[in-house]
Ligand binder design. Structure first.
Ligand SMILES: Cc1cc2nc3c(=O)[nH]c(=O)nc-3n(C[C@H](O)[C@H](O)[C@H](O)COP(=O)(O)O)c2cc1C
Length: 165
């Protein structure tokens, strides 16, 4: 017996997630989206895992360009997170107009004041249902942002942050 998408979403709303912006470029086009499906995969060799919806521009650009940027957001980046989630009236091509961006090895955009950012080549992909598991081979890491800043999190449909117990 299979569960419905609504049942799946009802459960997953309880899974609190750190919010990231996942970016890419194919050399001419830049694309990016807000994502909580980001996981540390391996330290040796350094690998990161991201799940990206195959219906979007970001996925298409990742597949064409084989580049991946992951920027971990802090509380101050809530508006940017909404922008890259398509929650504002900004078009997909204008998403990079706000925020300070840089590039490193691969050319994928990295948020300058992110808590940390990872610049990756795409090592492997695997399609699962509507999404694609993208494995990034990390070529560079930046931790130049404000280390004291609290992470931006998303839980139960709400933007939130962490507080110590
Ligand atoms: C808190 C939050 C987390 C999200 N996490 C993901 C995710 O992990 N993967 C994904 O593909 N989309 C995720 N989304 C949805 C995308 O950000 C959104 O659909 C975006 O507009 C897709 O852009 P695209 O058309 O360039 O692919 C998330 C949205 C929000 C608000």
């Amino acid at each position: 017996m299979s569960i419905s998408a609504d049942e799946f979403k009802k459960g997953m709303r309880r899974l609190a997630g750190a919010v990231n912006i996942v970016t890419t470029t194919d050399g001419s086009v830049k694309a990016g989206l807000t994502a909580t499906a980001v996981t540390s995969l391996s330290a040796e060799p350094p690998r990161i895992l991201v799940c990206v919806n195959r219906a979007g521009v970001t996925y298409e650009t990742i597949i064409r360009g084989r580049t991946l940027g992951v920027s971990i957001l802090s509380m101050q980046h809530k508006e940017l997170a909404m922008q890259f989630a398509g929650m504002t009236n900004l078009s997909e091509t204008d998403r990079f107009e706000k925020g300070a961006w840089m590039t490193d090895v691969t050319g994928a955009p990295l948020l300058k004041n992110a808590l940390a950012s990872f610049d990756c080549d795409v090592e492997d992909t695997m399609n699962v249902g509507s999404h694609c598991i993208v494995i990034g081979n990390i070529r560079a890491v930046h931790t130049s942002g404000d280390a004291e800043a609290s992470p931006l999190c998303y839980a139960d449909g709400t933007w939130t942050t962490l507080s110590p117990l």
